[in-house]
Design a protein around this ligand. Structure first.
Ligand SMILES: C[S@@+](CC[C@H](N)C(=O)[O-])C[C@H]1O[C@@H](n2cnc3c(N)ncnc32)[C@H](O)[C@@H]1O
Length: 171
C-alpha cells in the first residue's frame, strides 16, 4: 500500500482541527458581547456547529450562493450573497455591531488565490471586531489591530499531521 496521507486523512485533520479551534474560540469570547460572522456558508456544516456553540448570538453568513439546507443556515435576512470582494464592502455598514467572532472557512486547493482573498476578508471585516473578539480561519488573514494566538493542541489519529488553523484576537 502506498504510504503518506490520503485526502481522507487530510479531511479528518482539517475538520478535527476546525472543530477544536471553534471550541477554543467559544471559550475565548465567552465574555465578549457581539454577533458571529460565518464567511463561507457552504453546506452549512460549520454554521450548524456555530449555532450549537452560540445559541444566543446573532449569526450572519456570507457566500456567493446558498447551497446549505434550510435547517443549516441563517434566515435569508442574515445571509449576504455575492462575491466577497463586492458583497463585504457593500454590507459593512449594515452588519451587526459589535462582532465577537469571525469564522472564515474559504480554503480551496488554489492556495495563492485563497491567501489573497483571506487577507481581503481580514482587512474588510476585522475592524468590526470588539476588543477581545476573534477572527479564526483556515488561512492567514492578518486582520488589523489583532495579535496572532497559538492554535489549540488537537488530538489526531496516529500518522495524521495537524492541519493549520489561524486565530487572531483584537487587541
Ligand atoms: C470550504 S467552503 C465552506 C464550507 C462551510 N463552512 C461548511 O462547513 O459547510 C467555502 C465556501 O466559500 C465560498 N466562497 C469562496 N470564495 C468566495 C468568494 N470570493 N465570494 C463568495 N463566496 C466564496 C464558496 O462558495 C464555498 O461555499
Amino acid at each position: 500500500m502506498p504510504t503518506g496521507e490520503s485526502r481522507l486523512d487530510r479531511m479528518i485533520a482539517r475538520l478535527t482541527t476546525q472543530r477544536a479551534c471553534l471550541a477554543s474560540a467559544a471559550a475565548l469570547i465567552a465574555g465578549v458581547p457581539g454577533a458571529v460572522l460565518e464567511v463561507g456558508l457552504g453546506k452549512g456544516r460549520t454554521y450548524s456547529h456555530l449555532r450549537l456553540l452560540f445559541p444566543d448570538r446573532d449569526i450572519w453568513a456570507f457566500d456567493r450562493e446558498v447551497h446549505a439546507p434550510d435547517f443549516s443556515r441563517p434566515a435569508d435576512d442574515r445571509i449576504i450573497l455575492g462575491d466577497f470582494r463586492q458583497s463585504m464592502p457593500d454590507a459593512v455598514g449594515s452588519l451587526p455591531s459589535p462582532v465577537a467572532l469571525i469564522h472564515a472557512d474559504i480554503g480551496t486547493e488554489k492556495r495563492r488565490g485563497d491567501d489573497e482573498l483571506a487577507r481581503f476578508v481580514g482587512q474588510t471585516l476585522g475592524p468590526l471586531l470588539a476588543p477581545g473578539g476573534l477572527m479564526v480561519g483556515d488561512r492567514e488573514t492578518e486582520p488589523p489591530a489583532c495579535a496572532r494566538l497559538d492554535a489549540p493542541p488537537v488530538a489526531l489519529p496516529d500518522g495524521i499531521a495537524p492541519w493549520p488553523y489561524f486565530l487572531y484576537r483584537r487587541t
